[in-house]
Design a protein around this ligand. Structure first.
Ligand SMILES: Cc1cc2nc3c(=O)[nH]c(=O)nc-3n(C[C@H](O)[C@H](O)[C@H](O)COP(=O)(O)O)c2cc1C
Length: 346
């Protein structure tokens, strides 16, 4: 009821300012025990269990928060309070990065979309790993934490595998699963790493380090040609990839209305997310699921706003779903609403 009003106020601010004000506000509210209790009972889904085991991990519910929202793992307790079953932190890079120049995040409200060219802004592996270690030491949380990992902008693609390995070593103790991100459109040349040989090298090196069998997933772009999707399907037969995340943002502006394509041109480079991405990412998910069947799980990401959207992803082959842009437009009740819908399906 109140969120449309809050959203109108937040949308008067630049997107990144609105993001940090709302997360800091939530953090302050959650620091008061009484308010924390109220917020928990308001936002957390309390119905029949939706727990689900995927790649050997028990998820409290199948609704997660996509990478890039809590890049620095600063708000995990607050996000758990809002009912998320899992949160993917990052993208983390070995060295801290400022990301691209601002403004780099734009709203397209009439199509419930965002365009971003953040460029992996993050505090870097060392600080993020330390924060996660401290949280782990004092928390008895059930929240599943995924570590989405990437390469620094300055690292050449030929040495990218080393950045993925550095991140893996630094985060292994403190995350439940990893996602190799080679699909962001905002780091020059990164998407070239989706090519078969590069992926084979990155996964071979990571699995070599992976003595404790931590699940390692691959997050892909929705803009890949069918032949590239076939290569990824073939690779999952050849090398240990524990799951896929389908998908990241798209560079395809034809998903916008004619008027918004004009707006998109003015905004410039970046990845499009939100409602316009729903069908495109579901098509990719369906294609992958057909090729992989249920051999490895797929996490759906792209345009999920409602329980019906989440249901369509599950019907297309997803085991878990992640939201991001939907959280901005629908507000914090989104997780509970989706969980309620999924619970009614069972
Ligand atoms: C501002 C912003 C930053 C993002 N940063 C990352 C990131 O660092 N790593 C990543 O793998 N995905 C990132 N994403 C992509 C999301 O995790 C998600 O895959 C994508 O937005 C599609 O989901 P949605 O339509 O629900 O937003 C970002 C998305 C947005 C909007």
């Amino acid at each position: 009821m109140w969120y449309p009003i809050a959203r109108n106020l937040l949308f008067m601010l630049p997107p990144e300012t609105a993001h940090s004000i709302s997360m800091k506000g939530l953090q302050n509210a959650a620091s008061i025990p009484f308010l924390k209790k109220v917020l928990t009972s308001q936002f957390q889904y309390q119905g029949r269990s939706l727990a689900k085991t995927c790649f050997g991990i028990q998820f409290p519910n199948p609704v997660g928060l996509g990478a890039g929202f809590d890049k620095n793992a600063a708000y995990l307790d607050e996000l758990e309070m809002l009912g998320f079953g899992f949160v993917e932190i990052g993208t983390v890079t070995p060295k801290p990065q400022a990301g691209n120049a601002q403004p780099r995040l734009f709203r397209i409200p009439d199509q419930k979309a965002l365009i971003n060219r953040m460029g992996f802004n993050n505090e870097g592996l060392e600080i993020i790993a330390k924060r996660l270690k401290e949280r782990k030491a004092k928390s008895n949380s059930n929240l599943i934490v995924g570590g989405n990992i990437g390469k620094n902008k300055v690292t050449e693609n030929a040495y990218a595998w080393k950045d993925y390995c550095t991140n893996f070593i630094g985060l292994e103790e403190v995350v439940n699963y990893f996602v190799v991100n080679v699909s962001s459109p905002n780091t020059p040349g990164l998407r070239e790493l989706q090519e078969k040989e590069s992926l084979r090298k990155i996964f071979a090196e990571l699995q070599n380090l992976n003595k404790n069998n931590k699940p390692i997933l691959l997050k892909i772009a929705p803009d890949l040609e069918t032949s590239a999707l076939d290569d990824i399907i073939a690779l999952t037969h050849e090398i240990k990839i524990d799951g896929l995340v389908a998908s990241n943002t798209t560079i395809d502006r034809s998903l916008l209305s004619t008027m918004n394509q004009e707006k998109g041109k003015k905004i410039g480079a970046g990845g499009l997310s939100g409602q316009p991405l729903l069908d495109k990412s579901t098509e990719v998910l369906k294609y992958l699921h057909k090729g992989i069947a249920d051999r490895i799980p797929i996490i759906a990401s792209g345009g999920i706003f409602t329980g019906a959207d989440a249901e369509s992803k599950i019907n297309a082959g997803a085991s878990l779903v992640q939201i991001w842009t939907g959280f901005i437009y629908e507000g914090p009740m989104i997780v509970k609403n989706i969980c309620k819908h999924l619970s009614a399906l069972k």
